[in-house]
Design a protein around this ligand. Sequence first.
Ligand code: HPA
Ligand SMILES: [Zn+2]
Length: 348
Amino acid sequence: MTTSFTVPAIAAERLPELLRGMPKAELHIHIEGSLEPELIFALAQRNRVAIPYASVEELRSAYAFSNLQSFLDIYYAGASVLLTEQDFYDMAHAYLARAATDNVAHTEIFFDPQTHTARGVAIDTVINGLHRACVDAQKQWGLSAVLILCFLRHLSEEDAFATLEQALPLRDKFIGVGLDSSELGHPPEKFAKVFAKCRSLGLRLVAHAGEEGPPAYIWSALDVLKVERIDHGVQSVHDALLMQRLAQDRIPLTVCPLSNQKLRVFPDLADHNLGALLDAGLVATVNSDDPAYFGGYINENFTQTFAATGLTAQHAYQLAYNSFEGSFIEASQKRVFQDRLQEYFARF
Ligand code: HPA
Ligand SMILES: [Zn+2]
């Protein structure tokens, strides 16, 4: 099965249906960013945590962002209602139920343990709750789900090492590590030693780079941290040599169009460079990032971006194909998903 499959002609008005129904993998979703205002309020009540908003509507109306940091401030505040293992389970279960209806066949979920351990929540509480929801998703919907532990880059490398040490007894419940939070001023090389340690432990490696930060951060994520995938990476278009490198080494980019729009990386979705990345031969994918905050889960990211930019059914096939190729599932299972994808397009 190759990527060179030619998609049969499909009328433009049937594109949304095609996009919603196609099997896909999601590779960039922060589970704390799937916490809907309704669940924040329910958990605040259940745990008797005070939140500075009078209603779900008031909270939702605060979701107007000017850049990454303005989002992160409210995102960390929202996560403060999570205390028990059941809270983490409920949050992940709600996301996974939603992903299943969006025809996500496989998902690789980020979580931010330091956001919780800093508030006195034990790392076992976090990981066990999330992992149990992943196990249940496979049983309930046949949806495969794995976890990626992210280090917060605004904190020190020492803090990342301490977090890794706390997590290692639960090593079989997460497949890799990532790097997220405030990008500017916190280049990947700040975490060179902890990523080298994770690599030696056989953990898979990813990092956010080139969301707001320069192409230099993408180079150092690749060459210093030795990551296998770049989260966002949309700033790579400003460096022709980097574009060549990403294409040649088939480094996947986990692009998040609605996030980029809401955080004003591309204020107008019509100006998004997803099509340019694909046309340059990069292994770009579409993902939701923080769907409760950015106005849409993965299918909304697909349908709104296609409507705004004029991408075609052939691009849709390529994006779904890339999502399986870029995933950390084993090669034989990737082929199963990619065969299913080709069959879906052939029969649509
Ligand atoms: O888009 C993001 N960028 C960096 N950190 C994050 N944490 C949640 N979402 C993001
Ligand atoms: Zn992200």
